[in-house]
Write a protein that binds this ligand. Structure first.
Ligand SMILES: NC(=O)c1ccc[n+]([C@@H]2O[C@H](COP(=O)([O-])OP(=O)(O)OC[C@H]3O[C@@H](n4cnc5c(N)ncnc54)[C@H](OP(=O)(O)O)[C@@H]3O)[C@@H](O)[C@H]2O)c1
Length: 293
């Protein structure tokens, strides 16, 4: 392993590609992992024009790049760029991590689901085993988290989506791989309220639009339910404000998921599992400072 002061050491090149991407925290997270691991990396944010993604990936790897993170709107296109997919990427139908092995061997992975599971179980300290989970939304992110949640053996997962047909096709897609979990789906208006949920995950982009989801308060178990918004922001999202007003047990945003999915990408590229606590605490401090200004 190289030292920070070994200036001749080969710098591993990584980047995140998306559009927009200038706001991305990934360069900061990966540089922190590299410093902690005593290795030198270059990690940049590359904004890619629509239609230019395949070319941009080809250029990056032909110039010595070793790995890419992929974000909105290219996670589906990245599936076609990879020569082979990990099981979790294939199940998600989306790739957030490309791993260069050779020009003929570029692996597509999806670390989003593992990021969420580690954040919920390790950082927040809530076990998923035997729990009743409500997932709101049925878009790309929910496809990525669904099976990693199932692997933790929850008792039940209900998927509710604005467009109910998308919730139905998501549940059907995974119907043969449910292990011991039962599933159901509905529109947002018809979420069953008779048996409240232990874990409620907002996987919609409603918080980005500052739109309220008009959810019934009865879905929360007072003082127990973990309400988790996949989105992170300097201020609590509308969903998390609603959860707190309705006396949830804990309300958390997706910053921990972001850091944990990055840690899994770092491990897949370099074989080093970084400590996530210090950078997560640092990002939380920065975001709260922005909130206080
Ligand atoms: N923390 C992390 O590391 C991380 C990683 C990935 C994603 N995310 C976050 O996850 C969220 C979803 O991302 P995505 O990639 O899955 O997006 P997406 O594929 O575009 O899916 C959007 C979802 O939101 C629903 N939706 C959009 N606007 C809505 C509204 N006003 N009311 C109700 N439902 C609405 C859509 O419902 P319809 O099907 O009816 O259109 C769909 O289910 C985003 O906030 C993103 O930032 C976080």
């Amino acid at each position: 392993m190289g030292s920070l002061f070994d200036f001749d050491a080969v710098r591993h090149r990584f980047a995140v590609m998306g559009n927009p991407v200038s706001h991305s925290l990934s360069p900061r997270i990966h540089q922190a992992f590299a410093r902690q691991s005593n290795i030198q990396i270059e990690y940049t944010a590359i904004q890619v024009d629509p239609g230019g993604f395949t070319q941009a990936v080809g250029n990056f790897f032909s110039q010595g790049g070793k790995g890419l993170n992929i974000t909105v709107p290219f996670k589906h296109e990245a599936v076609k760029v990879a020569n082979c997919l990990t099981d979790r990427a294939s199940q998600a139908g989306a790739v957030n991590t490309l791993i260069w092995k050779s020009d003929q061997h570029i692996i597509g992975d999806n670390t989003d689901g593992q990021g969420l599971v580690v954040d919920i179980q390790k950082n927040i300290g809530v076990s998923i085993d035997s729990k009743r989970i409500l997932i709101i939304g049925a878009g790309g992110a929910v496809h990525g988290i669904f099976f990693p949640l199932v692997e933790q053996h929850p008792a039940h997962i209900h998927v509710a989506n604005r467009t109910v047909s998308r919730a139905e096709s998501l549940v059907q897609k995974f119907s043969g791989k449910l292990l011991d979990t039962t599933t159901s789906f509905s529109s947002l208006e018809n979420i069953p309220c008779t048996d409240p949920f232990d874990i409620i995950i907002n996987g919609t982009s409603s918080s980005l639009q500052h739109k309220s989801l008009a959810l019934p308060a009865q879905i929360i178990k007072p003082d127990v339910s973990l309400c988790y918004d996949l989105m992170y922001a300097s201020q609590p999202t509308d969903f998390l404000l609603w959860a707190a007003e309705n006396h949830c047990g804990m309300a958390r945003d997706g910053l921990g998921m972001l850091v944990e999915q990055a840690a899994e990408s770092f491990y897949q590229w370099l074989g080093i599992r970084p400590k996530t606590g210090p950078i997560l605490a640092d990002l939380e401090r920065t975001l709260h400072a922005a909130n206080d200004q």
